[in-house]
Design a binder for this molecule. Structure first.
Ligand code: AMP
Length: 394
């Protein structure tokens, strides 16, 4: 069953037509720099890459242009539904759902929690409804998988009234990736979907780790927003919240300006002063760049420290699973993290570690209980699978 998967950001729209049963990707692409004169549409079909300028295009124009390519490839008629990535579902959505007027209102109500992401996600749904009115639309939330966290894991130790008044609690993100990777890891371990004590480390430009016990998220490192937790490409992860006021006062900035720096100028970029890209930093560190070396060291240490903390939520550990661009490719990060976590019984297999790159997964420890695995993520496929399931059952 073919599904169109859409992921709309503020100035971009990623799209892919996938077979939900086989995972085969028929066509995929990305419209970038929308609402500017430099807007472009890039797409891949039949092993060929194409690009065309779309000056001034908004999401509507870009999706119309993308649909033209899908029609030219003979794919539009085969679509059974459209699956949308929606970042914040708050406490309202604990699973993927068919889009109805009430669901649209629910996503709108979550805008204060996801002010940067939910509006373009909603725009994508509206445009798809307009352009493909006969197709069912499905919303797949980044937060939904984490709705199974117990109160002790999602409650901030702040005045409890803030929960009711401002919806202040930990939500967690990357849920679609964590759920997909947990399922693949269970299959590799030969356990049922309701078994296993797993740590999933999703390490891309954004990074988060999740404790998955018996198939359910029981703890995760991201919180109210994707700023909490691990060191990321440009995000600081967890810091003392008092530093916001301190730096604001000391530098004459507003709290919002400092928060912006914690989101966009911190993490690997802020530490290294060089780049948010792990490949660049690994190369620079190898050539003796001190700040790149420090950035790598802090990244791996904070990651290991938070992973060890998440084991408390599991009570035991069957497998630590690496995914995302860094998790799937950086042999160096995996080696450093497993070095820190040796006390859990994880023993690196250096040869297997070097082999697990560029989409090649598998076990990278000589230890089997617990073990460490590399599992390539596929959020688009997870969205397509959810969409196909909801479309055929409702
Ligand atoms: P993602 O957001 O999942 O696409 O991941 C992006 C991150 O993965 C960037 O920091 C890349 O530098 C990193 N990455 C991709 N390939 C490699 C590699 N071969 N070695 C180290 N890091 C990599």
């Amino acid at each position: 069953m073919n599904v169109l998967v859409l992921n709309c950001g503020s100035s971009s729209a990623k799209f892919a037509v996938l077979d939900a049963a086989t995972g085969e990707e028929h066509l995929s692409g990305n419209a970038q720099r929308l609402n500017s004169n430099e807007a472009t549409l890039d797409w891949k079909h039949g092993g060929q890459k194409h690009s065309r300028p779309l000056p001034g295009a908004d999401h509507g124009v870009a999706l119309r242009a993308a649909l033209e390519q899908m029609s030219a490839a003979g794919l539009t008629a085969s679509l059974a539904g459209v699956g949308h990535r929606v970042v914040h579902g708050g406490s309202r959505f604990s699973a993927s759902t068919r889009v109805t007027p009430d669901v649209l209102k629910g996503i709108e109500a979550c805008i204060p929690l996801g002010p940067l992401h939910n509006p373009p996600n909603l725009e994508g749904i509206r445009v798809a409804q307009e352009l493909l009115p006969s197709l069912p639309q499905v919303a797949v939330f980044d937060t939904a998988f984490h709705q199974t966290m117990p109160a002790r894991a999602y409650t901030y130790p702040v005045p409890l009234e803030w929960l009711a008044q401002h919806e202040v609690r930990r939500y967690g993100f990357h849920g679609t990736s964590h759920r997909y990777v947990a399922g693949r890891a269970q299959a590799l371990l030969g356990v049922n979907p309701d078994q296993g004590a797993l740590l999933i480390a999703h390490l891309g430009n954004g990074c988060s780790a999740t404790a998955v016990l018996n198939g359910q998220s029981v703890d995760t490192t991201m919180g109210l927003t994707p700023l909490e937790g691990l060191v990321m490409g440009t995000r600081s992860g967890s810091v003392d919240p008092a530093l916001v006021g301190h730096v604001a006062r000391a530098s004459g900035q507003t709290a919002d300006q400092v928060l912006d720096a914690l989101n966009k100028k911190s993490g690997l970029l802020g530490l290294s002063g060089l780049s948010n890209d792990m490949r660049t930093l690994e190369a620079a560190a190898a050539e003796g760049h001190e700040r790149a070396r420090l950035a790598l060291e802090v990244f791996c240490f904070v990651l290991a420290r938070q992973l060890a903390g998440l084991v408390v939520s599991l009570g035991r550990l069957d497998a630590l699973v690496f995914t995302g661009g860094i998790g799937e490719n950086s042999t160096l990060v995996r080696e450093a993290v497993l070095g820190h976590l040796g006390f859990l019984g994880l023993a690196l297999d250096p040869v297997a570690n070097l082999k697990a790159v560029r989409g090649q997964g598998g076990r990278i420890t000589s230890s089997t209980t617990p073990q460490a695995l590399v599992v390539p993520t596929n959020e688009e496929l997870m969205i397509a699978i959810d969409t196909a399931q909801l479309v055929s059952t409702s």
